[in-house]
Design a protein around this ligand. Structure first.
Ligand SMILES: *[C@@H]1O[C@H](CO)[C@@H](O)[C@H](O)[C@H]1NC(C)=O
Length: 292
């Protein structure tokens, strides 16, 4: 019995390893003020000027768990990308998307540590600083929005699932970040201009471009309610100066509606009818949006 279950486990493990491999931890990637962990998956014989994808897990998650949860890394590596999987060490294993540390440049929060990971990979592998992307789910999608807003010069595009607008989680100084209240049950309705001002306020005087945003959300999400998606679209439509153009129904699959802003290159939403929390990562839609 023991022998059987051990050999079963060994064969399951080797099958699994063949499919996706195991992440490698990187220590000493920078001062890491937030004290989070860095894991990577690098293509064999990685070329110079490789693109980079930062993949961010949700609350209660981990780098390894997110890595195993879909085939993003496998497909992205085939297209030459270096994968960075940060792993939270905070309470509930969420990302801090709400304190001032995270909502100013180099404020000592998770965004600064994540940008240090990106810089480390650019230096070590001579990677392409103009092709750094973010994929994130739930709390990871919230952090994707924050990274896009606080470090618009570092990131080129995001594909984010079931998150909230940058600034949505902001808490007053001295209040610890609380990932579930008011995030989970409620929402904050603001004008597009208000949201845009919030984003622009993180980089006063910045005149460069902002990351292109692909934003996904389920209509039946009871953890991060659907209105947060509407607010997220308002935010980036204002930042990018693009307005809603048209819907494409049943894209990429039945029940999903692709919401195109402008020509769809700078902002696209995907509304997933009847889908809860969490929308799965749509790997080919994400990579195509990134131009990979
Ligand atoms: C576009 O699709 C969204 C999501 O299904 C829907 O809420 C919105 O009303 C649609 N807009 C138009 C103009 O059809």
């Amino acid at each position: 019995m023991v022998f059987l279950s051990t050999s079963y486990l060994a064969s399951a493990l080797s099958l699994f390893t063949a499919a996706q491999g195991v992440l490698t931890q990187v220590n000493n990637f920078g001062s890491n003020p937030a004290g989070i962990e860095m894991y990577i998956d690098v293509p064999n014989n990685v070329a110079a000027n490789a693109p980079i994808i930062v993949a961010l897990h949700g609350c209660h998650g981990s780098a390894q768990g997110y890595y195993q949860g879909n085939n993003l890394a496998t497909v992205a590596k085939q297209r030459g990308a270096i994968m960075i999987y940060p792993s939270s060490t905070h309470d509930l294993l969420c990302w801090d998307c709400g304190t001032r540390r995270s909502l100013i440049r180099d404020g000592g929060g998770d965004p600064q540590s994540i940008v240090q990971m990106v810089q480390y990979i650019i230096n070590r592998y001579n990677a392409d600083a103009s092709r750094v992307f973010v994929v994130g789910t739930s709390s990871g999608a919230m952090m994707g929005n924050v990274l896009a807003a606080v470090y618009p010069d570092v990131f080129a595009a995001t594909s984010v699932y079931s998150g909230v607008a940058a600034g949505r989680m902001a808490v007053p100084d001295g209040v610890p970040p609380n990932p579930y209240d008011p995030c989970g049950l409620g929402h904050i309705i603001r004008s597009p201009q208000d949201w845009g001002n919030t984003v622009r306020g993180y980089n006063p005087g910045y005149t460069g471009s902002y990351p292109r945003m692909q934003i996904w959300h389920g209509t039946a999400d009871t953890t991060v309610v659907y209105q947060n998606f509407i607010e997220d679209l308002k935010e980036w439509s204002n930042v990018h100066g693009v307005s809603f153009t048209r819907n494409v129904t049943n894209s990429p699959q039945s029940g999903y509606t692709q919401m195109i802003y402008g020509d769809g290159q700078r902002l696209t939403g995907y509304s997933a009818r009847g889908v809860g929390h969490t929308v799965p990562v749509y790997v080919s839609q994400a990579l195509n949006f990134f131009g990979l």
